[in-house]
Design a binder for this molecule. Structure first.
Ligand code: HSE
Length: 425
């Protein structure tokens, strides 16, 4: 029987999990014979929301990895270096591991899974992706009979909150102002780099792609672009054209290769993903038998993330056996298509000299690169310049790069061209 649990880390998620043990064990006992027992907590300091009087507490998290009375170590310390050492030590000592640490799995998952497999142990990480949404279970179990063709998700709540605020009707807010508001509200970290530059989403997509498409964890091959360059003008034009700008992680089969990319994306307003606002997350999966399915919920926070951690703990308690770690799939290497090789429609915004003939010149440059126009808006913005906004038909990104380079070389185009990819599902 493996049901004795040690928690390492008593921050937001750790305290949420501790309190689930305190409040929900009767509910959990209705669903499993093997009720988990919390036997030790490793934390640098106590948490004001947790009464630790009935559990053994250690200030050295490695004590938990060495404790012979712990069967399942729950890693909630974050970061990668110490977390990796802790997990390796737990595995070496015969403990199953549950973690909420997406960076740890995205960067060191291969090594950890290999060790776990050799030891006949499980590593579970439902909480690493989209907090309370059981997306790993949905893909591994609910959709197990399908070939998954693509996954597209809003998997960073901070970026979604910022874009949603910027998209409020009449807001006209700049990225930096909304980021400050998100920090004041506690949604964004003091150092928001991982969230707004797309790194957090790229970690999560690395894992989703591996379990969904059966490809190795390959964070280093991911194309990653954040939301700092999105302006109030882009948000306004998107609305005018019938779109919402969302920060998406997209993993997609493309012939024998796969696309792995995280970037701001125009999503048509009638798409379900366009309705996902604030800090909420959603993941859409395109598969051959089930078709399109979507999973929605809170991507962070004590309760939602602890809910996912507890589900993993219960799975281990129930099965008490070795569990294939990389996702019940045969992992096969597949080339990652460079971003220049993808095909997409594009939103382009050009600031141009306001004089006759400019529109014709811009159209002719697009035509030279076989870029056709699906929608176009032309606006005077100031006295001497104007904006041209275009939605193109699908074209290869390398052709679009050449087209943009020629546009930017033209004396009539005043500033770098803004380019945002348009979702095609
Ligand atoms: N910082 C993450 C987000 C939460 O904003 O979505 C945990 O993954």
């Amino acid at each position: 029987m493996s049901n004795r649990v040690g928690i390492c880390g008593l921050g937001t998620v750790g305290s949420g999990l501790f309190n689930l043990f305190a409040t929900n064990l009767a509910e959990i006992a209705r669903k499993t014979e093997q009720v988990p027992r919390l036997v030790q907590v490793g934390c640098r300091r106590d948490h004001p929301d947790c009464d630790l009087s009935s559990v053994a507490v250690t200030r050295d998290i490695f004590d938990v990895a060495r404790n012979p009375d712990v069967d399942i170590l729950v890693e909630l310390i974050g970061g990668t270096d110490t977390a990796r050492e802790l997990v390796l030590e737990a595995l070496a000592n015969g403990k199953h591991v549950v973690t909420a640490n997406k960076a740890l799995i995205a960067l060191h998952g291969d090594e950890l899974f290999r060790v776990a497999e050799q030891q006949g142990l499980a590593i579970r990480y439902e909480a690493a992706i989209a907090g309370g949404i059981p997306i790993v279970k949905a893909i591994r179990e609910g959709l197990a009979g399908n070939r998954i063709d693509w996954i597209a998700g809003i998997i960073n709540g901070t970026s979604n909150f910022i874009l949603s605020q910027m998209s409020e009707p009449g807001s006209n807010l700049a990225f930096a102002d909304v980021l400050r508001e998100a920090q004041d509200l506690g949604y964004a970290e003091a150092d928001p780099t991982f969230d707004v530059e797309g790194i957090d989403a790229a970690h999560k997509l690395t894992i989703l792609a591996s379990i969904g498409l059966g490809v190795p964890l390959q964070f280093e091959s991911m194309y990653t672009e954040g939301i700092a360059g999105i302006t109030a003008a882009d948000i306004r034009f998107a609305a005018e054209l019938g779109y919402t700008i969302k920060h998406l992680g997209i993993a997609r089969r493309s012939g024998d290769a796969v696309e792995l990319r995280v970037h701001p994306t125009f999503v048509a307003r009638d798409q379900m993903l366009a309705q996902v606002n604030g800090v909420m997350n959603a993941v859409m999966v395109g598969s051959d038998a089930a078709g399109q399915t979507m999973y929605y919920g809170a991507g962070a926070g004590a309760g939602p993330t602890a809910s996912a951690v507890m589900a993993d703990i219960l799975d281990i308690c129930r099965t008490d056996t070795s569990v294939p770690n990389a996702g019940y799939v045969d992992i096969r290497s597949a080339d990652v298509l460079p971003i220049s090789g993808i095909r997409s429609s594009y939103y382009l915004r050009l600031e141009v000299v306001d004089k006759p003939g400019v529109m014709a010149d811009v159209s002719s440059i697009l035509g030279n690169h076989e870029v056709s126009i699906e929608a176009l808006i032309q606006k005077d913005s100031r006295r001497s310049d104007a904006q041209i906004v275009i939605i193109t038909d699908e074209v290869r990104e390398s052709a679009m790069n050449e087209c943009i380079a020629e546009l930017e070389a033209s004396a009539e185009v005043l500033n770098p061209v803004t380019r945002i990819r348009v979702a095609s599902f």
